[in-house]
Design a protein around this ligand. Sequence first.
Ligand code: NAP
Length: 315
Amino acid sequence: MHSVIIIGSGPAGYTAAIYAARADLEPVLFTGLQMGGQLTITDKVENFPGFPEGILGPELMTLMKKQCERFGTRIITEQVTEVDFRNHPLTVKTAAGAYQAKTVIVATGASARKLGVKGESEFTGKGVSYCATCDAFFYRGRRVAVVGGGDSALEEASILAKVATSVHLIHRRDRFRSGPALQARVEAIDNIHPVMESVTEEILGNDEKGVTGIRLKHLPTGKISELEIDGLFGAIGHEPNTAVFKGHLDLDRAGYVKTDERQRTTARGVFAGGDVQDSVYQQAVTAAASGCMAALEADKFLAEMEDRVYPGDQP
Ligand code: NAP
């Protein structure tokens, strides 16, 4: 029986582990398949406080992992496949076995949203990607397109522009959603070509070459055109990783875990932090903060459960 099980190894999970371990709760943390979470597929993180020159995403996550191990977190590199939050003790299952806990902190984050167009699943891994940091290498001297108009899309485009000959940045609106500093940076890059008010209708290709192009629709005119490219990068936001919690936690309409102001979910003793319960901010620093809150609340819950009385507590 564990006091706290943490599911997820992004900034929320690791921060929850640091706090839980320092409170002597001996947390067990399941990393999932992508240890370190989305920041491990990011380039430089320039807005995490404490790193004035910025820090590479994978390096930041390695440091967080080291910090929670230093205080005694047990890290298990397994994927949680099933939970039972309807009964106490709470149960978390992986392919290797079942674990029981008094509290669980859900910090499973979010994953890239799919475009939902013809050819996408067929060519995923054969020219369709959702991570420029991971796959830019394959597009040296080739032509690519990025779909999206937020920070992710513009960042992906600027990473790809360093290796690809051309980067078409396809956005469905007439202006980008991303911040002005990033927009100015992208505008100054010669081989990024914005394609505004346009949507991808189909990804074209064949077995031999993978992606060879896309069919685009210009929304104001309805005009269809084809663009020859070798790779397409989707960067249209994220979806929360909550499939395993359906039926055990209340989710909102977009699938995010519902939490109250104290990171409590609808299941007793289950707390959540990070992108899995945040459709608004989705920053490393806000994820870390809500992970911290979830751990403090789990500790409080355990204290109440065991009727622990701390010095200075009101009777
Ligand atoms: P986002 O801000 O939600 O932007 C998603 C973009 O994709 C929007 O431009 C949206 O268009 C477009 N889109 C959504 N569905 C689409 C579809 N089916 N077809 C075509 N286009 C579609 O997502 P994000 O860029 O991943 O950013 C998420 C959060 O992470 C934000 O808070 C962002 O600030 C943050 N972030 C920060 C950094 C950084 O600080 N360095 C880096 C990456 C992400 P509309 O504009 O029409 O809605």
